[in-house]
Ligand binder design. Sequence first.
Ligand SMILES: Cc1cc2nc3c(=O)[nH]c(=O)nc-3n(C[C@H](O)[C@H](O)[C@H](O)COP(=O)(O)OP(=O)(O)OC[C@H]3O[C@@H](n4cnc5c(N)ncnc54)[C@H](O)[C@@H]3O)c2cc1C
Length: 305
Amino acid sequence: MNKCVDVAILGAGPAGLTAAIYAGRYHLNVMVISEIMGGTAIQAGKVENWPGFSGSGIDLMKKFKKSAEEFGADFLEAGIKKIEKTKEGFIIKTEKKDIFAKTIIIALGTENRKLDIKGEREFLGRGVSYCATCDGFFFKNKKVAVVGGADSCAKTALYLSNFAKEVYIIYRRNKLRCEPISFKKIKKRKNIRIIYNSILRSIKGRESVEQIELETALKNKTKRDFLNVDGIFIEIGSTPITEILSELNLQREKDYIITDKNCKTNIEGVFAAGDITNNKLKQIVTAAGEGAIAAKSVYDYVRFK
Ligand SMILES: Cc1cc2nc3c(=O)[nH]c(=O)nc-3n(C[C@H](O)[C@H](O)[C@H](O)COP(=O)(O)OP(=O)(O)OC[C@H]3O[C@@H](n4cnc5c(N)ncnc54)[C@H](O)[C@@H]3O)c2cc1C
C-alpha cells in the first residue's frame, strides 16, 4: 500500500518551498513535486525586493530549499502529468511515480508567453531564450535584444547589459511599464537602447540567430527594419499552468485560480498559492506569503477533518 502524505505541494518555487517550510513546522508529512527547483525565481539575475537579501534568484531559492529540507520535506523531481480526486484525497500522477495525498497545494506558477512568430521555435536554444540567467552567459560581448516592456523585461535588460556589448529593448508601446527604479537604472546604462512602438515580426539566421525584423509605427505609416543581433530574449509575460489541472474543475479568473484569503479554492482539500492564483502582485514575497497561508489552511483542514 502506498503511503498517503498529508500534503503534496505541486511546484518548488517561492510559494511551494515556503508552503513546505510551514507545513513541515506543523509536523505534516510533506511531498514537494516539481520540475524546476526554485521555479521562475531562479530567472531573476538580482533580487533586491526580498527583505534583507540582495543576490541572485538562484542563491535565494537555494536557501528556501535548504530550510524546507531542514523541516522535513521530501522532494520528488518529476513532471506532473495529471491529478485525480478520489474519496480519500488525491492521486498525483508524475513521470516517475504516483503520489497519494490527503490535500494538495497548487503552486505551479506560470509559463512563458510566446510571440508565435517565424524563427521563434526554430532558433530556441540557438539564440532565442526565455531566461537570461540561464542563457545570458553565452552572450558576453555580443548584441542582444529583449522583447517586452514590463518589469521582468527591464530586469532582463539590466542583467544582460552587465556583459553583453549592446542591449536593445523592443517594445510595442511608447513607454515602459516597469518599476520606476528599474527605468532609472536603464537610463543610466550606456549600452541599453530602447526601441519604442516596435513589433518583432520575425527572427532570422542560418545556424543561430543573426537578425530580427521589426515593424515600427511612425505617425501615419509603419516601417520595416532589420537589426543584427546574436540573441533574443522574450519577456512578454506569462500565463498560468492549466492543462494538468483540467480534471479538478477549479474556479478561475482569466485562467488564474480563484482563492479566498486563506488560499482555499472551490474544491475541498485543494489550496493554491503564488503566481498561479488571481492575486494582484506576482512576486517572490507575495508567493511566499501565500505559501505560508496555504500551509496553515492545510494544517487546520487535516487536523479538524
Ligand atoms: C526574469 C524575471 C525576474 C524576476 N525578478 C523578480 C524579482 O527581482 N523579485 C521578485 O519578487 N520577483 C521576481 N520575479 C517574479 C517571481 O519569480 C515570481 O513571482 C515567483 O517565482 C512566483 O513563484 P511561484 O512559486 O508562484 O511560481 P514559480 O516560481 O513559477 O514556480 C513554479 C513551480 O512549479 C513547477 N511546475 C510547473 N509545472 C509543472 C509540472 N507540470 N510538473 C512539475 N512541476 C511543475 C515549476 O518547475 C516550479 O518549481 C521575476 C520573474 C522573472 C521571469
